[in-house]
Design a protein around this ligand. Sequence first.
Ligand SMILES: Nc1nc2c(ncn2[C@@H]2O[C@H](COP(=O)(O)OP(=O)(O)OP(=O)(O)O)[C@@H](O)[C@H]2O)c(=O)[nH]1
Ligand SMILES: [Mg+2]
Length: 441
Amino acid sequence: MSPPAATLAALATAPAAGAVGILRLSGPAALEVGRLLAPGVPASPTPRHAYLAAFVDADGTALDEGLFLYFRAPHSFTGEDVVELQAHGGPRLLRLLLARALAHPAVRPAGPGEFTRRAFLHGRLDLTRAEAVADLVAADSEAAVRAAAAGLSGALSSRVEALETPLRALHADLEGVLDFPEEAEGADADAAPRLAALRAEAEALLAEAGRGRLVRRGARVALYGPVNAGKSTLFNRLVGEARALVDEEPGTTRDVLEARLEWDGLGITLLDTAGLRPTPGRVEALGIARAREALATVDLAVLVLPPGAGEAEARGWLAEAGDSPVLRVAGKCDVAPASGDVPAVSGLTGEGVEALRAQVLGRLWGGGAPGAVALVSERHADALRRAAEALGRAGEALAVSTLEAVSGEVGLALEALGEVSGTCASEALLDAIFERFCIGK
Ligand SMILES: Nc1nc2c(ncn2[C@@H]2O[C@H](COP(=O)(O)OP(=O)(O)OP(=O)(O)O)[C@@H](O)[C@H]2O)c(=O)[nH]1
Ligand SMILES: [Mg+2]
């Protein structure tokens, strides 16, 4: 792959006033253009050395003074010559500096994620690590930060490689037996256990997609149940402030209320919903419809029941959550102690609230630290699923079909895995991936 010739320029910092603003240049003309802006920097600057320099306009008038950093290819983020100007963070000033760089004929503005895309094209990062860069920028919980950081340092990439390398070896062995039956005789002897092990590993990685999604987007948890059960009081207690209206009149909550929380580092969107009852007023009925919609989308529905709710009644409310998993709790336990093994909680006194939090996390997460998960995205999951399926078919073909058929399926599995690591990624796929990056990244 020949390196793209244009030199890219973009502001790497947000377009708002800040202490520092960074203009980033990458490509063959980066140093030349950087020195146009900062003529005081030597013609052959020491790489990775911070120069204090004046940044000037076309007449040589100083616009600012800041740091000039040079990274020589291939020892830079993109693998190309990179120059970073760290100026003061005035948006207008930075646009002047950027315009000056863009006036050079070798320079064009960088598209979203284009620096990272070049890093990928130059083999500085595989695709999962490039995606982890975007995840890190988008991370809005501690768990998401930690998982993305692990991804950036290669946590997912090494697991994909641990699949891809032996799969490629197996493919080569099968092709060898097909092409040179005599020389390669027996190379396919242990194909069945090798296929089975690879398929199991692909499925293990696939199984982490759900956790990856939870970490990336946070979990949605709704409180629901009959009117007046104490949902809003419990919601306020969990949120730590009086967000929801509370009243003794049944049907107080109408709209769905949302609060963004972080529990053990995991992002949680907690929802309070309208109490469900059979004969609501008109506006309340609208609220109940919204509650039902919300319930269908949650990762966990917490059913809050008032004291004295019977088993038959409870079963009816459990069914209201549809396919969403339900955690049932007995509310207002300060009034009447709950019986049986249903966890008891009181939003009013706070009794049982910590235990409820732990149970919610347990139900969402199982064991282990949320930040330690491999960030398997929907995109990865889709490719892994196709790889696992192809490996499954390869295993079947081994028993009933030709070696060509087996090898063909193994080839398909390799292609699917290549979409994860980037060894087999189309331009269209790369476009779709890097589109979600910010400009300047
Ligand atoms: N003793 C006691 N009273 C509570 C508790 N939680 C709520 N209440 C009272 O019960 C009434 C209803 O509380 P809410 O929190 O509004 O109940 P809700 O389930 O949100 O009600 P709707 O929004 O109408 O469905 C209020 O008078 C609260 O003060 C509790 O844990 N213990
Ligand atoms: Mg309420």
